[in-house]
Design a protein around this ligand. Sequence first.
Ligand code: ATP
Ligand code: MG
Length: 417
Amino acid sequence: MLHRLRDGAIPREVLAVCRRLEEAGHRAWVVGGCIRDLLMGRAVNDWDLATSALPGEVQRTFSRTIPTGIEHGTVTVLWKGEAYEVTTLRGEGEYTDGRRPDSVEFVHRIEDDLERRDFTVNAIAYDPLTDELVDPWGGLPDLEAKVIRAVRDPKLRFGEDGLRVLRAARFCGTLGFALEPETEAAIPGSLETFRKVSPERVHEEWKKALKKSDAPSAAFEVMRRTGILDVTCPDMAALDGDAWARTMARLDAAPADVELRLAALWVDVHAAPARVDAWLREIRASNQERKRVVHLASHAAVPSADALDAPQLRRWLRDVGREHVNDVLALGRADGLDVDALAARAEEELAAGVPLLPKELPIGGGDVMKALDVEPSRAVGDVLEHLLERVLDDPSLAERERLLALLPEAYRQVTQP
Ligand code: ATP
Ligand code: MG
C-alpha cells in the first residue's frame, strides 16, 4: 500500500516555497526521490522541487538563494533555515562522453522533465497545491511491485550516463527492490560507459549504498552479477562463492557505518593494507576515511578471549587502538562470533587505564634525557618503547618512580649492538 501525499505529508515550508513560485506566475512540483520516499512512507532527507520558472526568475522570487548548479537550472532556495533545490524543468541534451550532458535545454512540460530521470520510481512529480500526481512512466505500479526499471530504453539511458548502472544497484539495496530484467540485462553492455564515470561520483553512490541500507548486500549482489563490481573493485569481484557469501552476511550484519562496512567488504580479500589504501585513494576517499578503513580491514580478525593471556590481550588492544576496539568487536559480531568475553576483558583493561602508547606512559622523552643525561636521539624513543613493552607485561610498573628506576637498564638494552 502506498502512502497518501495529502493531509500534511508535504511540510508547510515546502508548500510555502511552491506557493510563492505560483504567486509569481510559475508552477512547482515536488519531484524525484522525495516523492518516492513519501509514497513508501520513508523519511525524506532532501526536498527537490521542479519549476517552470527560469533560474533567474527563481533567484528573483526569493530573497536568499545560492546558484548551486545554475548552468543545469538548479538554484538552492534558503527558506526558514532549510535549503531546497529548485530546478527549472529541463530535458536532457546530447551526451557524447557518457558522463554529463553537453548542454541543458529547458522545457515547458513536467512530463518532458520526468522523461530524463533515471528510474520510473524516481520519475514521479506531485503538485501539492492542486494535489495532482504526474506519473507518465508507471512509477506508482513499480513502487507497489518494488521494482527498479529504467525510464525508456535502458541501453540508451545507461549509455548517456554511465553512473546510472550503479544507481540501479544502489536503489535495489537502499529500497529493497528487485531490478527489472530488461533493465538488468542492459547493464553488462553499458560497462564501458560506466568505466568513464568520475571516481568521485562512484564513491558518492557507494557511500549511499552502504549508509542508507538495512541490507546493502542486495546492491552488491547486483553489482557482482552484472560486472559493475569488477570495474570498480576487481579484488572484491574475484572472491570465490563461499568468501563472497561470508562477506555479504558480514556486510548486512555490520552496523550502518560506511567505513566499517567498507572494511567488512575487504576482510575476505586478505589484501595487504597498501592495496586497500591504494584502492581508497583511487575512489577518492578522504584521508580520514582511508585511515580508518585500512586499519579496520587489517585488524578485523578477532582473537578468542581464551587464547590470550593478560599481556597478549593488552598487546592486542595496543595494535587495534583504543578508538577502534568497539568497531573491531562489531566486525567480529557481524561474523557471528561470540566476542562477549573478549569485550568484557577489553573493557576491564581499558577502564584500568593501562598505557597503550609511549606517550601515555607517566614519563616522557624529557624525563629520559634528563635522567640519563643524553641528547635527543632515536634511543630516547626506543627507551620509551621498551618501557611500554615492560608495562604491557606488568601494568603495576606504570608509575613514575618505578619507570625512572628502570631507565638505566632500558637504555642498556636499546643501545646494545
Ligand atoms: P536519495 O534518496 O539517495 O537522495 P534520490 O532519488 O533523491 O535518492 P538524487 O541523487 O538525490 O537521488 O537525485 C534526485 C533525483 O534526480 C532522482 O530521484 C532522479 O529523478 C534524478 N536523478 C539523479 N541522478 C540522476 C541520473 N544520473 N540520471 C537521471 N536522473 C537522475
Ligand atoms: Mg535526493
